[in-house]
Write a protein that binds this ligand. Sequence first.
Ligand code: KIV
Length: 287
Amino acid sequence: MKKTVPYIVGLKHNRLISMITAYDFPTSKAASTAEMDIILVGDSLAQVVLGHDDTLSITVDEMLHHVKAVSNAKPNSLVVADMPYMSYHISNEETIRNASRFIKEGKADAVKIEGGSKREQVIEALINAEIPVMGHLGLTPQSKNVMGGYKIQGKTLKLATELFEDALLLQKLGCFSIVLEGVPTIVAQSISENLEIPTIGIGAGKYTDGQVLVIHDLVGMKSKDYIDAKFVKRYDNQFDNVVNSLTQYKNEVESREFPSDEHSYSLSGDAEDSLKEWKKEIKKILS
Ligand code: KIV
């Protein structure tokens, strides 16, 4: 069954929501097979797939390329496209034009936007254009230059209250859920308990209404020397698995163990015999 925005909202108070990032067709298939509720085509793509230092440089066209790949898998999970930096900062018109490309061309079900009261107008415009919006508060990576780095947010009474006010505003504007990133557990818990829409946490403790992780972090598709954020749990070591497979392949190529007959095409009977003759003929032609 395809998961919809109302279905996700209805999960609040029923069961916890699982969200994972995906940027390509096979990962989208895997996420859907594992019954993930939401697939986020996150702008984290800029870092974990494209190798940029941060998320700021990725464009709408680059994001769209990956949103299409994820949607091509026709996942049952709700597909949320992350709006990249500067795709929703200039005007309502430009925001709607960019977001609608994710819906019309990318076949996403919703978009995600970082920020609170500063984004009031564009969120309202998107929702008026029938585009479901997921909010994103707390440590918002697109604001890293303003925050002075990736810093835990909402640590004082004043900042926690501002965060809560932003969450209430996003709910009032019609966001169907909010990602809470990099905030103390107690702050995320209080916000989650006092909202009607679900919160999805990353580095926000266990009391949010769901969790999200970046797939490359979760499966360990990173070399061992990469230092993970505190909130990352590696469930596998895919990087090492890939290196091991490549090393084995290289050794088998060099020893002619690969490809074996099992992985090669041969003919049977007369056809094979006549090609053996032909092989000798070629030698004669060349001599
Ligand atoms: O881009 C991303 O992957 C995200 C999640 C970490 C929430 O925004």
